[in-house]
Design a protein around this ligand. Structure first.
Ligand SMILES: Cc1cc2nc3c(=O)[nH]c(=O)nc-3n(C[C@H](O)[C@H](O)[C@H](O)COP(=O)(O)OP(=O)(O)OC[C@H]3O[C@@H](n4cnc5c(N)ncnc54)[C@H](O)[C@@H]3O)c2cc1C
Length: 422
């Protein structure tokens, strides 16, 4: 450990902290910031990088444009640098492929040079106390070779994304090679599929639909069941009036509401993002099942109104007990894939060590967590305040604006500390 104390350390280097790094860079901020990322290089959701999957947000909601449309880090600047601007226009779509958006994000990350240290998994954030007051934080990381590094910072910004949600029923089988989470789909399951395998896809949202369609169209002649708790796959509402809930101004609107009103607002608009599928994909899946009927096949099925109630691991398979319209039945699968979403619980992250100091897990409007008296470092979170800041918080919609807000707040916190130290 060196004696150096960074002004700010960012935990995780996905789009949220990448946008913050760019904001600090473009503001020529006096803050000396370092970002720590567990992956060996920049990669956006590598486990769901299916060819053919498109973005669900306009390219104009990139890392910077809503704050600074003339930025050299915009998606348009990327297209120009890559020599694809005119051909992108000829596509006549606001929605790049996921592969292209990942390439854009990687290009932006590379432009920042050494802003991020990769292969650095943050394992612990430890308060450093002097005379009963926490002056700064010690950040522990481990690399892929098991080497530990300790760094210090006066401010941190947590942006590690969500934690895979494994329903209780499947938690004891987490080590089984026959069960995986959608987050690992293209890296774990896809490379190991063998001809004629039976696969269960559990869930009713975008990831479940994408994975079902990918496997059902796979040349290995797989048999795929899409197991759905509800009665139908439902479309994501991306109509224009509804889409305004992702506008930057909506953060202020929602934040100012009494908490009961906020909760009901979030419930009302949940069908923009949760347990829903893009209209195009939904039609593709319907046609796929229909064509199967036309040719008299039944390899793939949509098991609606159905839930798994037990899961048992056998030597190389998993047996699911399902309850549905036909009662209870056991089904044997070579692989089960959980498209059960993500959890966002600060206490389950590397900030768990700070919970005794937290006044509340609800950040303020500038995304800073309220801490108890005597705790001086500023602790910001990105992607952990949907209940208070709205549905855009876990998405890309307000990245550019949120990054500015955090950058300004962090600069102010630093100025206050320097004045107090004089
Ligand atoms: C398949 C998929 C597609 C999506 N598509 C869209 C879309 O089209 N439009 C949209 O608006 N939103 C989309 N989303 C939502 C998504 O959450 C956001 O796009 C975006 O990724 C959020 O960025 P983030 O930086 O907060 O989190 P993440 O992208 O999850 O990045 C977090 C980073 O932190 C790193 N990390 C985690 N823990 C640690 C640790 N302990 N130490 C160091 N590093 C760590 C991770 O490796 C990762 O690189 C999608 C989500 C998924 C899963």
């Amino acid at each position: 450990m060196s004696d150096r104390i960074h002004d700010l350390i960012g935990i995780g280097f996905g789009p949220s902290n990448l946008a913050l790094a760019i904001a600090l860079h473009e503001r020529k901020s006096p803050i000396d910031a370092l970002f720590l990322e567990t992956q060996p290089s920049f990669s956006w959701h590598p486990g769901m990088m299916m060819p053919g999957a498109d973005m669900q947000i306009s390219f104009l909601k990139d890392l910077v444009s809503l704050h600074n449309p003339t930025s050299g880090f915009s998606f348009l600047s990327y297209l120009h640098a890559k020599g694809r601007l005119e051909r992108f226009i000829n596509r006549k779509s606001f929605f790049p492929s996921r592969v292209e958006f990942n390439d854009y994000l990687s290009w932006a990350a590379a432009k920042l040079g050494s802003a991020c240290a990769y292969d650095q998994r943050v394992t612990k954030v430890e308060p450093v106390e002097q005379h009963g007051e926490v002056t700064h934080l010690r950040i522990h990381t481990e690399d892929s070779a098991g080497r530990i590094t300790l760094r210090q910072a006066r401010q941190i910004v947590l942006a590690p994304g969500g934690q895979q949600h494994w329903p209780e029923l499947f938690a004891p089988l987490r080590d089984s090679p026959c069960i995986s989470h959608s987050n690992d789909f293209t890296q774990k399951l896809l490379p190991q599929v063998r001809p004629n395998q039976r696969i269960a896809v559990i869930g009713g949202g975008q990831s479940a639909s994408e994975i079902f369609a990918t496997l059902a169209n796979h040349p290995a002649q797989l048999s795929v069941d899409l197991i759905l708790r509800g009665h139908a796959l439902k479309p994501a509402d991306d109509s224009p009036f509804v889409n305004e809930v992702f506008d930057i101004a909506h953060t202020d609107l929602l934040h100012a509401m009494p908490s009961q009103q906020r909760d009901s607002f979030l419930r009302d608009f949940a069908t923009t993002n949760y347990a829903v599928t893009d209209g195009d994909l939904l039609h593709q899946i319907y046609s796929l099942l229909y064509e199967q009927d036309v040719v008299g096949e039944n390899r793939h099925a949509l098991l609606r109104d159905t839930s798994p109630i037990a899961a048992r691991r056998d030597t190389a398979t998993v047996t699911l007990t399902l309850t549905g319209p036909d009662g209870r039945q056991d089904q044997v699968y070579d692989h089960v894939i959980l498209c059960t979403g993500y959890r966002r619980d600060i206490a389950a992250t590397c900030l768990s060590t700070l919970t005794p100091w937290m006044q509340s897990p609800e950040p303020d409007r500038q995304y800073r967590l309220p801490m108890r008296k005597g705790f001086h470092p500023a602790v910001y979170v990105q992607g952990y305040s949907e209940p208070t800041h709205g549905l855009s918080d876990t998405l890309l919609s307000v990245l550019a604006a949120r990054a500015q807000e955090i950058a300004i707040s962090a600069e102010q916190a630093q100025a206050v500390r320097l004045i107090a130290a004089e």
